[in-house]
Design a protein around this ligand. Structure first.
Ligand code: ADP
Ligand code: ZN
Length: 305
């Protein structure tokens, strides 16, 4: 059992929020799942869980939050710790860090849900010590987090990999799909997110059989995005998670397309011989995000934030 400090972790998603308390992956003392309704009730649900957890397990020393976004990660900004321009109704300009910091008076680590998941995978999952590492989630949306030189990649904002421009999938049997993203004409999320698959085929993605042409399309789109990521970031590991990736045949289809699209340009064994070790499922399964949030709390404690 882990002996580290007790940390409160929050994985805030667009449909549900996972809260956990523990010291590490082998020592999670309690978990709660709260529906993401309006900000007031949702934040209240989070603080209520952690107040109860504190009474039961003792004082926790930091909080880590991985949140859906876009979010403000600039410590100098007066809206640091806020969800900013999200399309999710009622959640624009919502302070996530402030209420928790005020109530519990401990350091708070804050990052995107996918950066949190990248950190979880890098520390304890299938990306352990692989750097650079990219974590991509293919679910209700598509998003990605990146570790470079042991640190989460921030910059102008944070990576928004789901909106990488890709060509439309080229399935000869059916008419080309329409990109469902309200912002872009041809992006990964607009073609390969769960809702985009549902819209195109009229069937929930979990109900589509493994040999359905939908998966050729999805793999085509993911492979184009991944090739762009390989060429820009030179990752040593790419972890693909999220609900849509439960259709595990997508892994093989995507790997094959990545090799095909690269077309012999990168003659390295990681691509030509062992691509199944480069593009992998999450080692932490569905727990990458919440454990990554816990790791954000650990980092905030170290930095005294
Ligand atoms: P979120 O992205 O909201 O955090 P998930 O990662 O679970 O949540 O992704 C939800 C999406 O994944 C939905 O669009 C759903 O239809 C899709 N999905 C869930 N299970 C499967 C499955 N077995 N096969 C394909 N798609 C799935
Ligand atoms: Zn887009």
């Amino acid at each position: 059992m882990s002996e580290g400090p007790l940390i409160a972790a929050v994985e805030a998603g667009g449909t549900k929020v996972v809260c956990a308390i523990g010291t590490g992956p082998d020592d999670i003392r309690d978990v709660a799942v709260i529906d993401t309704t309006n900000p007031k009730d949702t934040l209240h649900g989070i603080t209520r869980f952690f107040s109860g957890a504190r009474a039961q397990f003792g004082r926790f020393e930091a909080i880590g939050i991985g949140s859906f976004g876009p979010i403000d990660l600039d410590p100098k900004s007066h809206t640091y710790g806020y969800i900013t321009t999200t399309p999710k109704r009622g959640w624009q300009h919502i302070d996530m860090v402030g209420p928790l910091k005020t109530q519990f008076k401990v350091p708070v680590g804050f990052d995107t849900d996918v950066n949190a998941a990248a950190l979880g995978e890098y520390l304890w999952g299938s990306g352990a010590a692989k750097d650079p590492l990219i974590y991509l989630t293919v679910g209700t949306g598509i998003g990605g987090g990146v570790i470079v030189n042991g640190n989460l990649l921030h910059g102008l904002l944070h990576p928004e990999i789901g909106h990488l421009h890709v060509p439309p999938p080229t399935n000869k049997e059916v008419i080309a799909p329409e990109c469902q993203c309200p912002f872009h004409k041809s992006c990964m999320e607009g073609y390969a997110s769960g809702p985009a698959i549902l819209k195109r085929w009229g069937v929930k993605p979990d109900k589509l059989p493994p040999d359905h042409p939908a998966w050729e399309d999805v793999s085509d789109v993911l492979a184009h995005g991944i090739v762009n990521l390989i060429l820009t970031l030179s990752p040593n590991r790419i972890v693909l998670g999220g609900g849509v990736m439960r259709q595990t045949q997508i892994f093989e289809l995507t790997r094959a397309r990545v090799v095909r699209i690269l077309n012999g340009y990168l003659q390295i064994p990681a691509i030509t011989q062992h691509i199944e070790q480069l593009i992998v499922p999450p080692g932490l399964g569905e727990r990458s995000g919440i454990l990554g949030a816990l790791a954000l709390g650990q980092a905030a404690l170290r930095q005294g934030r």
